[in-house]
Design a protein around this ligand. Sequence first.
Ligand code: ADP
Ligand code: MG
Ligand code: MG
Length: 902
Amino acid sequence: MSKRIYHFHEGQVALKPLLGGKGANLAEMTGLGLPIPPGFTITTAACLAYEEAGQILPLGLMEEVQQALFLLEQRKQLKLGDRHNPLLVSVRSGAVASMPGMMDTILNLGLNDETVEGLAILTQDERFAYDCYRRFLHMFSTVVLYIPTVLFEDMVHLMKQERGFVEDHDVTADGWKEVCQSFKQAILERTGDSFPQQVEQQLQMAIEAVFRSWHNPRAQVFRRTYGIPDAQGTAVNIQAMVFGNWGEDSGTGVLFTRNPSTGEKMIYGEYLANAQGEDVVAGVRTPLSISHLDAEMPYIYEQLVDTALKLEQHYKDMQDIEFTVEQGQLYLLQTREGKRTAQAAVKIAVDLVREGVISPEEAVERMEPMHMDQLLHRSIRHGEALTVLAQGLPASPGAASGQVVFDADTAVQWKSEGRSVLLVSTETTPDDIHGVIAAAGVLTSRGGMTSHAAVVARGMGKPCVCGCATLVIDAQSGTLRLGNVTVREGEALTIDGATGQVILGTVELQEPQVTAELAELLRMADSIRELQVYANADTPEDAAKAREFGAQGIGLCRTEHMFMSPERLPVVQAMILAESDVERAAALRRILPMQQADFEGIFAAMDGLPVTIRLLDPPLHEFLPSLYDLKDQLHQVEAGLSTGIERERLTHVLRKVESLHETNPMLGLRGCRLGLLFPDIYDMQIEAVFLAARASIHRGVAVLPDIMVPLVGHVNELSRLRKRIDECAERVLGVERLLCPYRVGTMIEVPRAALTAGEIAQHAEFFSFGTNDLTQMTFGYSRDDAEGKFLAQYLETGILPVNPFQVLDQDGVGQLIELAAARGKAMNANLKTGICGEHGGDSKSIAFCHAIGLDYVSCSPYRIPNARIAAAQAVLQHRKQHMQASLSQQAERMSKRKVEAI
Ligand code: ADP
Ligand code: MG
Ligand code: MG
């Protein structure tokens, strides 16, 4: 049977999966010779065995605990339950991944009516002994017996009032004695059993409670939020107590080796004299800045800082350290990698490289996609004074301020009046989708990270805070309550989707920006990565932004977005509604210079870099009013509200819209199909590209246009259109063709195109995998319908592990991409391949693109920094795997040789 208990002096940080983070680090620190109270760890494996057996302790475990305890007792020269020399221990939970405050810890275990007297005599401090006892009774009751904590807080409060004490440290021995009596009475009343005086029983109950705490609702929500697997379990650490509540030269505190909000290199922490454990974070008393410790016990402070820096050097990262001072003696109780804001994460990583502590590779490796995501959304300025009303789940990053509305229709209406709105609801449903679109952000009281609101908001890149349990909505009176604050519909709230905070009023937000540190980190990533990073950008402004963020080209420029502006739309509509070729040609002539101007702007912004221009993709009816609106208008006209001319025009439009109407527009007349049926539209666009190229060349701009044909499913579609593109280039550019090394390629977004990629590659210089459409067509989902209607449920019930529109489905869609890229490159060695679509900014999807050897990824400008980091991480990950593989190969060869030798 494998070892289930490790003393701190037996463990090390490498055993983290078994010992949990806390236990592994306590062991590591013990090994470094730091002042750690002795103790031992029961493994996570024991916790899993306990769970598997239906919450029954594994056979023989308690005997092993007794043996380990025996050693501890010898070292401390104290004995658990001894009435003269009682040993007290803490029973501390400790998962593999840090889950601060999510699971439970019990202090001062081993006290009972007898040992408390022993402790009083031993320490000659009765007040201290009973302070410990009441703390233990309180924690034991809440953690093990599940009695609500307020009950105990109220009793302390009552006693203080009756006896005229203000602060906890004013309370006398008698005061705490009285509290202990009431606590025990409450336990008896609540559970029907008296408080267990048997210390062995206390210990066993505490161990089981810590094991069970792995499954408490708080911990479960936390795990789901941060993607920590349920099947890890928690370790239990049993450690000799040291006492921060033993007089004024004792105390307890926490310390960060760098500022966790800004990353600045400084000791940052809080300290409370004469206090124990959670007092610092529980808000019982306001802790003092750590500098007070420097003033009062400089030698301790010095030792602490010294140790803290040593730990940072040892772990090569910012540490979050818990410590206790007992009568002028320093003890460390925990260290771990400190949680930090996104800004701090970047600054700390770059500083550690500058200080020579870590390599650029390590710095890049450490960046979490979540952090990059936060950096590149609007955020609340650091140091802003905030009234935080509540904490929900950080469901979709970014901050948003807006007027509170409770229903989707009002949200849409207010938005149309130019107001910024925050949609607040118990949860959202597919019927609210228009409200989500109109809102600056979404706040819900129910639902988790995969609820409808969360999925839809993330899909739209909109801030969202979900599952805010303290939020109470009273739609009838048009108010919401958060604690004791009431907010009316129309009043302002702010949400921070990166932290889950809900804040009163409007807060000034800052636009995402590339700081000097981030720029340096990105340069480190650039020198590692192999994938190129392009941007999806439709306008010269977007293109400029993309270049600022480091785009190496434009991977997708959607020309139709240029058609949508209010000045242009009427001309586009005239083109669509044209009754004759002549009429249509006239409209197209008017659109051409507009498109040309746009292209010139983009070429200028991307001087010297490739620009991939996609020809018109959506079905034409998208540029016309909806059938529904038209019928409505016509109704009004018929009711005599308008002129005869108006009626004629509407009838005409209606007829056209009806003729363009499709049952399944996504699968209808769009993309290259449109280009082949209405050649003059594509011809105009192609001509605009080459005219813009020529004008730009004359201005000294280096142009590299890549013309991209959308939605090809059969090679003939591409070969015919390609011929037209080449002819147009010849016509417009003539000999100047040589100065304009344009390329023609296609999007691979229809499964048939992927399967016949070999043929298609003979007519293409590049493939761009349109992963949005390819995902839609491979799954047979229309994205809007899926995200609006059933995807949230699919995610919630685990039918799908992740949203395939956010994280590329490697097993299905990915297979098509891999196969198409391979077949394409086999036919055309110079074929350039990449993906565009939202997946281009997603770290996991980027890792896949690297693994299958694509040349680039293209994503929205704000996601470029993350893409640069993720592309570098993919290389590092690949190298690691490669190394591991060759190591195990080597080992295999060695063992083979051995076998052969025998
Ligand atoms: P969490 O995981 O919630 O941080 P811990 O197990 O770290 O819980 O315990 C919380 C606090 O209790 C610690 O920061 C420390 O101050 C105190 N504590 C835990 N064990 C001991 C001990 N053996 N002696 C003194 N204080 C302790
Ligand atoms: Mg702790
Ligand atoms: Mg598409």
